[in-house]
Design a protein around this ligand. Structure first.
Ligand code: NAP
Length: 429
């Protein structure tokens, strides 16, 4: 093949950036065939020149300042693998788009927070981000292109591999959150500062992106309701098992009569649901469309290989001249659908209380629920220990979040309730 290669400048040579270099070296032939021309990295940027990254960077132009990649006349496409919604990643993407250079990025934080402005800046210049959501799963392409003919009603997903690994290990080994988190950090499955993952922020970034694509509206990270997995305990896994559920951290975007609701929180899902069986570091995305029905996608959501697979697929699209507006439709065609606050959510709930085992306690609790128009579906009490705290688990029929919150505030104040109640929302399959 004698065609001039498509040239890349890769900023960031960590897990993702180094993975991209490795994939392009190992799969050069298949990439060239599908791109219609060779693809060659010609310039890179990272902080530490001396670090061994397991890939050959000899002969590549090295920039200490990543933004300089955008001004390199020999670079056709900028690949941003630094990360973060602000700082050098944002400056580089803006500089590249201003220069009319296509950008491929794995950066969900940037797209979730500044995605609307970035799309405006991009105009008809490609800004691709398949790797930003669910790593190797082609979720962006599936929603934006594969399902483009549908009205989507719901998109739900396991969007954070670290949380799914922790929850899976807690369930399988009957261990507590803090213990499993510490081990995950040792094994490299969780960051030294794990808060973005375990507090649900990373999943919320990805959900905001999926919701924008699914419902054709401007990306809106600030309206996502976010809860993480710190409060889930080994006891809740035992109770879930008895009730026929699995506990998963889900991101859910749903079209309701009042608008779009977007939320990330731990959920009880029926054991038979496909998403209940997605374990370990795997991710899944489930979309429901009016003509297609339900589509379930599953795969590796992180790591060098899966992420590089997604980044290079975007590069191939650019090489082929395949172009779709960043958010699926032109900015002017995006609908201003309102966001629904969490207080308006309706659903079923799992509520675990630790109460002193004495007569009248259950009557007090059920009285509060009745006062808030919440009807019980089931009640489970584990063991008896008169005078000591025992777990009581209540599941409810469908009710409003605001009513449930009001009830919990009163239940917390009951003298017999010893710990902060644990609330986990029950999601349909
Ligand atoms: N890891 C995954 O599995 C995964 C999956 C999907 C999406 N992503 C996204 O991909 C992006 C990169 O993630 P990662 O895991 O590859 O991160 P990482 O391993 O921490 O790598 C970040 C890279 O950026 C470089 N860098 C940081 N600040 C820089 C600066 N000011 N100038 C030049 N280079 C700079 C670092 O240089 P040094 O190496 O010299 O320190 C490093 O090579 C993030 O947006 C992340 O959310 C990651």
């Amino acid at each position: 093949m004698s065609m001039r290669p498509l040239t890349l400048g890769v900023a960031g040579l960590g897990t993702v950036g180094a993975g991209v270099l490795k994939l392009l070296a190992d799969n050069a032939d298949v990439v060239a065939a599908r791109a219609g021309r060779p693809v060659a990295v010609v310039a890179v940027s990272a902080r530490d020149r001396a670090r061994d990254r397991g890939v050959n960077t000899a002969g590549l132009r090295w920039y200490d300042d990543p933004v300089a990649l955008a001004g390199d006349a020999g670079v056709d496409v900028v690949v941003e693998c630094i990360g973060g919604s602000e700082g050098p990643a944002k400056a580089l993407v803006e500089a590249a788009l201003r220069a009319g250079k296509p950008v491929v990025t794995a950066n969900k934080a940037l797209l979730a927070v500044h995605g609307a402005a970035m799309a405006e800046l991009a105009g008809s210049t490609p800004l691709a981000f398949e790797a930003a959501v669910a790593g190797g799963i082609p979720a962006i392409k599936a929603l934006r292109e594969g399902l483009a003919a549908n009205n989507l009603s719901r998109v739900a997903g396991i969007l954070n591999g670290t949380c799914n690994y922790i929850l899976t290990t807690m369930r399988e080994q009957g261990r507590e959150f803090a213990d499993v988190l510490a081990e995950a950090q040792k094994l490299g499955y969780a960051e030294a500062d794990p808060s973005f993952d375990i507090d649900g922020v990373d999943a919320a970034h990805k959900l905001a992106i999926l919701a924008a694509l699914a419902f054709g509206r401007p990306v809106d990270f600030t309206s996502v309701h976010v809860e993480g997995i710190r409060e889930v305990s080994a006891l809740d896994f035992q109770m879930a098992e008895d009730l026929g559920y699995r506990i998963k951290l889900l991101g859910i975007a749903q079209r309701t009569e009042a608008g779009i609701s977007t939320r990330v929180h731990p959920c009880m899902v029926p054991q038979a649901a496909p998403i209940a069986r997605v374990d370990g570091v795997f991710n899944a995305v489930v979309a429901e469309g009016d003509f297609v029905g339900r589509v379930v996608l599953q795969g590796r959501g992180a790591g060098a290989g899966p992420t590089a697979s997604a980044v290079v697929a975007d590069v191939i699209d650019i090489a082929r001249g395949r172009f779709t507006p960043v958010w699926g439709s032109a900015a002017g065609a995006l609908a201003a659908v309102p966001s629904v606050p969490m207080s308006a959510h309706t659903g079923c709930y799992y509520l675990r209380l630790m109460v002193v085992d004495r007569p009248g306690v259950i009557a007090d609790v059920t009285g509060v629920l009745r006062d808030n128009s919440i009807s019980l579906e089931s009640m489970l009490q584990r063991g008896r220990a008169p005078g000591e705290a025992v777990p009581v688990v209540l599941t409810t029929h469908e009710c409003q979040e605001a009513a449930m919150r009001a009830a919990i505030t009163r239940i917390e104040d009951l003298a017999a309730v010893m710990e902060k109640p644990v609330l986990i929302r029950i999601e349909p399959a």
